[in-house]
Structures are given as structure tokens and as C-alpha cells.
Design a protein around this ligand. Structure first.
Ligand SMILES: Nc1ncnc2c1ncn2[C@@H]1O[C@H](COP(=O)(O)OP(=O)(O)OP(=O)(O)O)[C@@H](O)[C@H]1O
Ligand SMILES: [Mg+2]
Length: 370
């Protein structure tokens, strides 16, 4: 793949526009706002929403395109990163060449366009992971992870922004559904049962574990299944899936050659006034204290990396394995933080790990806008 900077691959005026737009202020929305606004998906509201996105998306996308051009250690020149940069600039161009959303006819066309943009960006995470992998291979192996902090910080901003962009597009598109499932406002479920979502996510993680190891520890879930609060089930599913997957793997690895059966992973759902907290506890031997600062970086995994540089980029997304990208924890933490929550890991080396996933219950924290 020829290495081309954006200034060579795209017209000068387009790149100037990217830079101009990238300096403009982003506007965040809260879960509560999305929920209240989306509960009345009238033509008028859909039009307002499309007009907002027509203005907001190019700003958010431009910021990322600029950052993608200026990464340290030559990361910007890695073929996979150039591919991602092209997706961002193409999407920016699509949005900017859409003249404006004046009536419902425009709104329909605009919605189709942003739907296509969301699809274009489907494989951003595995493709960026491949780019980082390409960089890692080309770097001096003596380079410390701490030196790559800049890259880690960039990836945190980049993926956080991606979560926001996809949430906004997905929410707008979903509001067009003439028969939304009960209690659903776009992606938001106004009466989501965390216990139920945790149960499904745990089962999904267990079936992958069975596929990979031939068996899987039980996951015992404690909490009131009737307790509900407004949240995005897909986000919670992803986070619990990643945490349980890590716990199952740790236990499998620890008890593989032992006579003892791996003890059940415990998942507790607590409903507080401010937060809903989900704790995932395992007896998988914990994480050494020296490794803890790295677990939230995108470059750290104790598993063999399943990304092969020769593999088809498009396929990477479909390949779900127990572990290996080192992305499970940092991405889950971003999803938690996106709606004002957080993720913490406490380890007892020699025994096990507790993951605390805090979800903000009030839903009124503004989107983080990197
Ligand atoms: N519950 C746990 N017990 C022991 N080690 C853990 C646990 N959770 C995470 N780790 C350690 O932290 C590392 C990073 O976890 P993370 O989920 O981010 O990536 P991964 O599991 O290696 O790959 P993937 O991207 O597929 O999740 C793991 O490789 C593992 O060494
Ligand atoms: Mg993992």
C-alpha cells in the first residue's frame, strides 16, 4: 500500500476544511437528554436531530482525522492507520457535501448517508489495533510501555470519540423505527434489567470459553432481576462480556492442570442511589502488582495476539477469541466513562481479581468530548 499523507491523497481545499472544522467546539449530549428528546420522535424532532448531526459530526470526525495524521513514532504512516484516516476523511467529505437538512425529504437522505458512514467505520477498532501492532513490531523491543503513553492517550481519545459518534448516529437512525421494542428509545432501554443483561453476556462469554477450552466455570449472578434503570443494553453487554471473559480465562488457565474444579465466577449487581455497580469476582490467581498499571493500555495482553499482519483486515472484526488484543479492559472502561461511570480492577495476586464496574444511574453527565 502506498504511504500517502492526507495532503497528497485528498484535495487541498478538503484538507483545509478538515482543519477549519477540527478547531470548532464540539457539543455533547447526556443519556437523559437523548432519552427525553427521543421519546417524541416527531418529524419536527427528527429534523432537529438531523440538523444537529449535520453540524456536529463533521467537527468530531475532523478532529480525529487531524489526530490520525500526527501520531508519534511513525504510527500515522502505518498502512492500517492510513486506511482508517481515509475512512474519516471520506466521511467528512460526505457530510460536508450534503447541502443541508431543510425538510423531511432531506432528513431521509441524510439518515441514509450517516447509516452508511457508520457501516464504513465498522472495522475501525481491529484495523487500528493492527496499525498499533505494526508499530510495535517495528519498534525497538527495549522500548518501555510507559514511553508509549502518548499513543495510549491518543487511542483513549480516539475510541471515546468513536463511541460518541456511533451512539449519536445509531440513536438518530433507531428513532426512525416505526415499531420500537417496548421501553426502548433508540439504543436506550428505559427499563433495562442489569441482572438480565449480565446473564446474557455471561452466557455468551461462557460459550466462547467452552469453544476454546472445552469447558467453562459457572457464573453465579446475585442481584434483583426486577431492578431496572435506563441504560444502553448493548454497552452493558459488551462490558460484562469482556470482564467475564477475562475471569473465565484466568480461572481456566489456573485450574487447567489442577485436580480442583474451577470455582464459580461471582457477579454481584448493586443498586445504589448514584451508581449501579457490578462486581465480577474470580479466583483466577489475580494480576501481579507490577502488571496492574498496564492492564488498561492497548498494548498489553498476556495472551498470544491473534492479529496476523497478513490476515484480511476486514475479517479481524468477526474473529472473537477469549483474549489476545489487550483491548477488553481499556475499551470497557471507555464505555463505562462515556455515560459517567468507571471501571476499576483490584487484584489479589495468588488468589483472584475483582472488577468493579460503576454505571452512573442519573444519566445526566455530559458526554466526554476528547
Ligand atoms: N480477571 C483477570 N484475572 C487475571 N488477569 C487478568 C484479568 N483480567 C485481565 N487480566 C490481565 O490483563 C490483561 C489485559 O486484559 P484485556 O481484557 O484488556 O486484554 P486481553 O484479555 O488480553 O485481550 P482481549 O482484547 O481479547 O480482551 C490480560 O491479558 C490479563 O493478563
Ligand atoms: Mg480480555
Amino acid at each position: 500500500m502506498a504511504v500517502k499523507r492526507a495532503s497528497e491523497a485528498f484535495s487541498k481545499s478538503l484538507i483545509e476544511e478538515v482543519h477549519k472544522c477540527g478547531c470548532m467546539k464540539q457539543t455533547g449530549v447526556s443519556l437523559r437528554y437523548m432519552m427525553e428528546f427521543g421519546s417524541k420522535p416527531t418529524d419536527k424532532n427528527l429534523l432537529i436531530s438531523a440538523q444537529f448531526l449535520h453540524k456536529e459530526l463533521p467537527i468530531r470526525i475532523a478532529r480525529r482525522a487531524i489526530e490520525l495524521e500526527n501520531l508519534p513514532y511513525g504510527l500515522s504512516k502505518k498502512p492500517a492507520v492510513l486506511k482508517v484516516r481515509d475512512w474519516y476523511v471520506d466521511s467528512f467529505r460526505d457530510l460536508r457535501s450534503f447541502p443541508g437538512v431543510k425538510d423531511m425529504n432531506d432528513e431521509k437522505k441524510f439518515t441514509e448517508m450517516i447509516k452508511a458512514i457508520k457501516v464504513r467505520h465498522n472495522n475501525v477498532v481491529p484495523t487500528m489495533a493492527l496499525g498499533v501492532q505494526q508499530l510495535k513490531r517495528s519498534l525497538d523491543p527495549k522500548i518501555d510501555y510507559d514511553d508509549l503513553d502518548e499513543i495510549h492517550q491518543f487511542l483513549d481519545r480516539f475510541y471515546m470519540s468513536r463511541i460518541g459518534i456511533r451512539m449519536l448516529i445509531g440513536q438518530h437512525v433507531e428513532l426512525h423505527n416505526p415499531n420500537p421494542p417496548p421501553h426502548c428509545v433508540g439504543y436506550i432501554h428505559t427499563k433495562m434489567s442489569p441482572v438480565e443483561v449480565a446473564r446474557n453476556a455471561s452466557e455468551d462469554a461462557r460459550s466462547i470459553c467452552c469453544r476454546e477450552y472445552g469447558s467453562a466455570p459457572q457464573v453465579n449472578i446475585y442481584g434483583d432481576p426486577d431492578f431496572t434503570f435506563p441504560y444502553v443494553p448493548a454497552h452493558l453487554h459488551l462490558m460484562v462480556f469482556e470482564l467475564v471473559k477475562n475471569s473465565l480465562r484466568a480461572e481456566q488457565e489456573r485450574f487447567m492442570d489442577s485436580d480442583k474444579v474451577a470455582p464459580p465466577v461471582k457477579l454481584i449487581v448493586a443498586d445504589g442511589i448514584e451508581d449501579v455497580t457490578i462486581k465480577v469476582s474470580d479466583e483466577g490467581g489475580g494480576i501481579p502488582r507490577s502488571g496492574l498499571p498496564r492492564i488498561f493500555t492497548y498494548l498489553y495482553s498476556t495472551a498470544k495476539n491473534p492479529l496476523d499482519e497478513d490476515s484480511d483486515l476486514g475479517m479481524a472484526d468477526n474473529h472473537v477469541t477469549m483474549a489476545g488484543y489487550g483491548y477488553g479492559l481499556p475499551i470497557s472502561r471507555l464505555y463505562a466513562r462515556y455515560f459517567g461511570g468507571d471501571l476499576q480492577m483490584i487484584s489479589m495476586e495468588g488468589y483472584g481479581t475483582d472488577a468493579y464496574l460503576h454505571l452512573s444511574r442519573l444519566g445526566d453527565s455530559q458526554e466526554p468530548l476528547p
